[in-house]
Design a protein around this ligand. Structure first.
Ligand code: F6R
Length: 242
């Protein structure tokens, strides 16, 4: 595991964007795994800025997002599809046929999960996966007590996650309680992983994920076993690392 500690949120975002830009320059038809949430907003902004400089593009890139809320349609401003359009896709030359986000309105959820996993495999697997981390150690929406061997599946969100994500909704009652998420196995199969974390609120869980035991209670702890993972942290998120 590599750990990069940056001076602040902006630098964390820039380091992450440069790593993705470098991936796309070296392999223009990369398969990217993408995350949503508050943390990567600055990263997407910087990635779009670098794209506008013209050294790489998204013409041949395929993307797979980590997760989507169940019950939210693409045009719902709280859906991760909408987030991705706003933060990245509408600013770059990606072919929307190459964009994959689990369908939150799928009637047959089990089938949607299977299909999603099949599409990732068919594309050749994920070259570079971007992750955030929940306060409870989740990656994707793989909550504590996770099955490490799980592929894309339906999850019931923890109270803590619902509480944390309620800041993006008008009220906590509006936060969906279920989602579709790539599994830990799907994530661990990515060839390269970067995880972004910012702020003192993430310091305890970052310490556990990096220095604690590998346990389903801290889903991100499994990343200690990945051969090519980089944590990009601002100094607050890194403040409890020894
Ligand atoms: C988002 C995702 C989640 C978030 C995590 C942190 O696609 O899979 O694991 O990365 O909940 O969210 P923020 O960045 O809002 O603290």
């Amino acid at each position: 595991m590599r750990i990069i500690v940056t001076k602040d949120y902006d630098e964390m975002s820039k380091v992450a964007a440069r790593m993705v830009a470098s991936q796309l320059i070296l392999k223009p038809d990369s398969i990217l795994g993408l995350a949503t949430g508050g943390t990567p907003v600055g990263f997407y902004k910087e990635l779009v800025r670098l794209y506008n400089e013209g050294t790489f593009d998204f013409k041949d890139v395929k993307t797979f997002n980590l997760d989507e809320y169940l019950g939210l349609s693409k045009d719902n401003p709280q859906s991760y599809y909408y987030y991705m359009m706003e933060n990245l896709f509408k600013h770059v030359n990606i072919d929307l046929n190459n964009v994959h986000i689990p369908d939150g309105m799928a009637e047959d959820v089990a089938r949607e999960c299977k299909e999603y996993e099949r599409k990732i495999k068919e594309a050749g697997g994920i070259d570079l996966q971007v992750l955030g981390i929940g306060n409870n150690g989740h990656i994707g929406f793989n909550e504590p007590d996770v099955k490490f061997e799980a592929e894309t599946h339906m999850v019931n969100l923890d109270e803590e996650t619902i509480q944390a994500n309620s800041r993006f909704f008008n009220s906590i009652e509006e936060v969906p309680t279920r989602a579709i998420s790539m599994g830990i196995k799907t994530i661990m199969h990515a060839r390269k992983i970067i995880l972004l974390a910012s702020g003192t609120g993430k310091a305890d869980i970052i310490r556990e994920a990096v220095h604690g035991g590998i346990t389903p209670d801290v889903p991100a702890s499994i990343l200690q076993l990945h051969p090519d993972v980089t944590f990009i942290l601002d100094k607050e998120a890194a403040s409890k690392l020894s």
